[in-house]
Design a protein around this ligand. Structure first.
Ligand code: OFO
Length: 172
């Protein structure tokens, strides 16, 4: 059984994951109308789908443990970005915020002596390490490229490799 505190906090996390999915969906839609970054577009769509999966995993967990996952209202995400660098900077900042939110949940699960939830949350801890590292790597590359169009072309090619590697990792 989940304590009331734990239920409320997990429901808050449902909102965080749903909001993440919306934010990345908006990035994808914006990227889709920018010229020549088809793979970046697919990357954002994929991130959005993954966040939805993270949300669903939480919903099932809450409901399976005698709680009730409520479906939250979401805030409108940012619709456009001044540049691709800005979008990736915003992605990294968003992931850092999500990691903090997961860390708070882990702390609460220990305070509540809820070791089942603590164990469940370890998947999210590992996921956040990967996602933050990936966002940092991509942003570092973009900062090296600066405003060069040819660099952006290569970045778009490169991100395809990143997607293949991370889907192989996910399948392991
Ligand atoms: Fe939900 O994985 Fe990052 O945010």
């Amino acid at each position: 059984m989940l304590s009331q505190k734990m239920k409320d906090a997990l429901n808050e996390q449902v909102k965080v994951e749903a909001q993440s999915s919306q934010v990345y969906l908006a990035m994808a839609s914006w990227a889709e109308i920018q010229p020549g970054i088809d793979n970046v577009t697919s990357f954002f769509y994929r991130q959005s789908d993954e966040e939805r999966q993270h949300m669903l995993k939480l919903i099932h967990f809450i409901n399976d443990r005698g709680g009730f996952a409520s479906i939250p209202n979401l805030e409108a995400p940012m619709q456009t970005y001044p540049s691709i660098n800005h979008a990736f900077k915003s992605l990294l900042e968003h992931e850092i915020m999500v990691s903090q939110s997961i860390n708070n949940l882990v702390e609460l699960s220990l305070n509540e002596k809820d070791y089942t939830t603590h164990n469940f949350l370890q998947w999210y801890v590992a996921e956040q390490i990967e996602e933050e590292a990936l966002a940092r790597t991509l942003l570092d590359k973009l900062e090296l490229i600066g405003d060069e169009k040819s660099g952006l072309y290569l970045f778009d090619k490169d991100i395809l490799g990143v997607m293949v590697v991370s889907s192989n990792d996910a399948g392991q």
